[in-house]
Design a protein around this ligand. Structure first.
Ligand code: DAH
Length: 341
C-alpha cells in the first residue's frame, strides 16, 4: 500500500516536471485532487475495502499524500504564475530610449509655400487679393495691355487659343485691366494665379503660376517700386540681398525693367547659381503705360502706377535649389516631403 502511495507521489512529480503553464498544472491537480474523480480521492474511497485494523494506518498515509499534494500543487501554481507574470512583463517591456515611431504627415507644396509667403509680405504692405479668370478673351490678355493684334510683342508669349477670341491667359497681367476697369485709384492689388503657354523645357512648363502686383495712385514713382521690391527680396531671399533694375521691354509698361537680386548663394561674388554674374533675375516690373490707364478709364495726367509680375515656380526653384521645373509638377513625395518651412 505504501508502495502504491509513493509511486503516486513520483507519478505526480514526473507529470508536473515538464509543465510550464499554470492552467495545465491546474488540470493535473484536478486529476488527483478533484472531489469526485481525483485519483487521491479514489484512494480514500478504497478504504471501504480494508479491514477495520488496516484502515487507520492507510487513512493516515493517504491523508499525508493528500496534504503533500495540496502543498505541492499550491507551490507549483505560485511558481508558474510568477514565471508567467515575468514572461508577460518582459514581452511588454518598453525601451524608453528607442526613437519614437516616425509619423507620416503631409507638407505644403513648395509653390504653395512661396505663394503664402508672398501673400504675407504684400498683404502686410496693404495689398488686397484679386483673382482673375484663367480663360480670358484676347482684349484683357493682350489688346488692353497695349498689345493689339498686329503687335510684335505677341510673339513673346506662345498662346493656347480656344477660339479666335478666347484663350488660356498667358499672364496674370490680364487681371490689371479687370481691376482698373472697376475701381478708381488708389488701387493696390496682388493677383496670384495659373497661366499657360506653349513652352516646355527644364525651366518652362505649359502651365505655371505667376504673382502680379499693381499699385495706382497720385504721385507713384519708380522709387516706390524699388523700395517695395527691396523689402520683398530681403524677406524671400535673406536680409543681405540688394536689388537692381535693368531696362527691359513689356508693351504695357513704360519704362519697363527686369529686377535682379544680388546672388544669395555667393553674396554677389559669382557662382554657379548666378552664372558668375553675381545677380539673379527674378521678375519684370515698371510703370503702367499711360495707354493702359486710358484703356481702363483712369486719367494718366492725374494718376501713375507701377506693376510687377513674377513666376512663382522660378522663385521656388531659386529659393529651394530645385534644378528642374518638372519636379514641381510630378507630385513625387520623395521630393515634396523635403519642403517643410
Ligand atoms: N506679364 C509679364 C510676363 O508674363 C511679366 C510682367 C512684367 C508683369 C512686367 C508685370 C510687369 O506686371 O510690370 O512676361
Amino acid at each position: 500500500m505504501e508502495e502504491q502511495i509513493r509511486r503516486m507521489q513520483q507519478e505526480i512529480e514526473a507529470a508536473a516536471a515538464p509543465i510550464t503553464d499554470s492552467k495545465e498544472m491546474y488540470l493535473l491537480r484536478k486529476q488527483y485532487l478533484d472531489n469526485k474523480t481525483g485519483k487521491i480521492t479514489a484512494l480514500m474511497k478504497n478504504m471501504r475495502d480494508l479491514s477495520p485494523e488496516e484502515r487507520p494506518a492507510f487513512g493516515k498515509i493517504v491523508n499525508e499524500l493528500k496534504q503533500w499534494a495540496l502543498e505541492f500543487f499550491t507551490a507549483q501554481d505560485a511558481r508558474l504564475k510568477a514565471e508567467e507574470l515575468a514572461r508577460k512583463n518582459a514581452a511588454e517591456q518598453i525601451d524608453v530610449t528607442m526613437p519614437a515611431a516616425r509619423q507620416q504627415h503631409g507638407a505644403l507644396h513648395p509653390n504653395t509655400l512661396i505663394v503664402n509667403e508672398l501673400i504675407d509680405i504684400f498683404v502686410g504692405m496693404g495689398f488686397t487679393l484679386f483673382e482673375g479668370p484663367e480663360i480670358e478673351n484676347d482684349y484683357y490678355n493682350f489688346t488692353a495691355l497695349n498689345t493689339p493684334a498686329d503687335h510684335p510683342a505677341r510673339d513673346m508669349q506662345d498662346t493656347f487659343y480656344i477660339t479666335e477670341d478666347l484663350l488660356l491667359r498667358t499672364q496674370t497681367s490680364a487681371g490689371q485691366i479687370r481691376v482698373m476697369e472697376n475701381a478708381q485709384p488708389p488701387i493696390k492689388i496682388l493677383s496670384p494665379g495659373k497661366v499657360f503657354r506653349s513652352d516646355d523645357d527644364a525651366t518652362h512648363s505649359p502651365m505655371f503660376s505667376q504673382m502680379e502686383g499693381l499699385v495706382v495712385d497720385k504721385g507713384i514713382t519708380l522709387c516706390d517700386l524699388q523700395g517695395m521690391l527691396d523689402v520683398f527680396a530681403q524677406r524671400i531671399f535673406g536680409q543681405d540681398v540688394r536689388t537692381r533694375l535693368r531696362p527691359s521691354y513689356f508693351p504695357f509698361i513704360e519704362p519697363s525693367v527686369e529686377v535682379d537680386v544680388s546672388c544669395f548663394a555667393c553674396g554677389g561674388k559669382g557662382c554657379r547659381l548666378c552664372k558668375d554674374t553675381g545677380w539673379i533675375e527674378v521678375l519684370g516690373a515698371g510703370m503702367v503705360n499711360r495707354h493702359v490707364l486710358e484703356n481702363c478709364g483712369v486719367d494718366p495726367d492725374v494718376y501713375t502706377g507701377f506693376t510687377f509680375g513674377m513666376g512663382v515656380e522660378r522663385i521656388a526653384m531659386l529659393k529651394y535649389g530645385i534644378p528642374n521645373i518638372k519636379l514641381l509638377f510630378e507630385s513625387d513625395v520623395r521630393v515634396l516631403e523635403q519642403f517643410r518651412d
